[in-house]
Structure formats: C-alpha cells, structure tokens
Design a protein around this ligand. Structure first.
Ligand code: TYD
Length: 134
C-alpha cells in the first residue's frame, strides 16, 4: 500500500563551504542500486510518471528545486512534496506514481534497483487496478 512508501532523511555533511549528501547501497537505500537517472528541463505545468513498476524499487530525490510525488496503490493516494536534497522517498514496487508541480530548473534524481526494462512497466491505469485486485 502507499504506507509502504517512506520519507527517508539522508545524512548531510555540512561545512561553511557547502553540503554533501551520499546514498549508500543497502544503507540509506534499502536495495542494491543498479541505475541512476535524473529528470530535468521539465516544462512548467508538465506532469511525468503515470505508471507503476512490477519489480523496480526506487529512491526519489529533489536534487534541485521541488516537485510533488503522488503515490497511488489503487485505493489510497499519498502526496509527497519534495523540496530538499537530503530528503528521499522510498518507493517499493507495485505503486502508481505521478510527478507534477515541477519548479523551474528542478532535478528529480532517481536511484533505481534494476536497469531500465519496459516490460517492468504498467502504463495503463485500468490494468494497474486489475493487477492490484487479483
Ligand atoms: P519513463 O520512465 O516513462 O518516464 P517518466 O516516468 O519520467 O515520465 O521514461 C520515458 C522514456 O525514457 C522511456 O520510454 C524510455 C526512456 N528511458 C530510458 O531509456 N532509460 C531509463 O532509465 C528511463 C527511466 C527512461
């Protein structure tokens, strides 16, 4: 369910010269990271996502700027407003997600448990609902 998502506060190393946040395999990330990708140059008003994953787990971070992550288990929706580079949302598999309200210049950093595989996507909401009820 959406309650299997969690907001994780990542460690920060800070000094007067700036801050560093690191994400380590099986420490802050509750899975082995196999892929890193980032979403940027999202035009104002645009939404992304609109799919679920069968296996993929992710950590989602607003590395710059802010956006909303709306998670849906087929019954309940939960919205996370991400606006700090040291906060991450852990997304287990099997949840529908949308991303919207991107601020100008924002970067959505995703740490993912598997390589890209189109066969892992459920892109049709009705099919997702059927998958959740069977
Ligand atoms: P998608 O995951 O659907 O984007 P979003 O959820 O942000 O709207 O990916 C869009 C396209 O980008 C997809 O059809 C193929 C390509 N893509 C890759 O080639 N590799 C990747 O790791 C990702 C995430 C996407």
């Amino acid at each position: 369910t959406v309650y299997d998502c969690s907001l994780i506060q990542l460690p920060q190393n800070h000094s007067e010269k700036g801050r560093i946040t690191s994400v380590n395999n099986n420490i802050e990330a509750p899975f082995d990271i196999e892929r890193v990708y980032y979403l940027y140059d999202v035009p104002g008003g645009e939404a992304r996502g609109g799919h679920a994953h069968l296996e993929l787990q992710q950590l989602i971070v607003a590395a710059s700027g802010s956006f909303d992550l709306i998670v849906d288990d087929g019954n309940i929706k939960r919205t996370f407003h991400l606006n700090r580079p040291y906060n991450a949302v852990y997304m287990p598999s099997g949840l529908w997600r949308e991303l919207d309200n991107f601020s100008s210049g924002s970067i959505c950093l995703v740490l993912a448990s598997t390589l890209y595989d189109e066969a892992d996507y459920l892109r049709n909401y009705q099919e997702f609902k059927q998958y959740k009820t069977k």
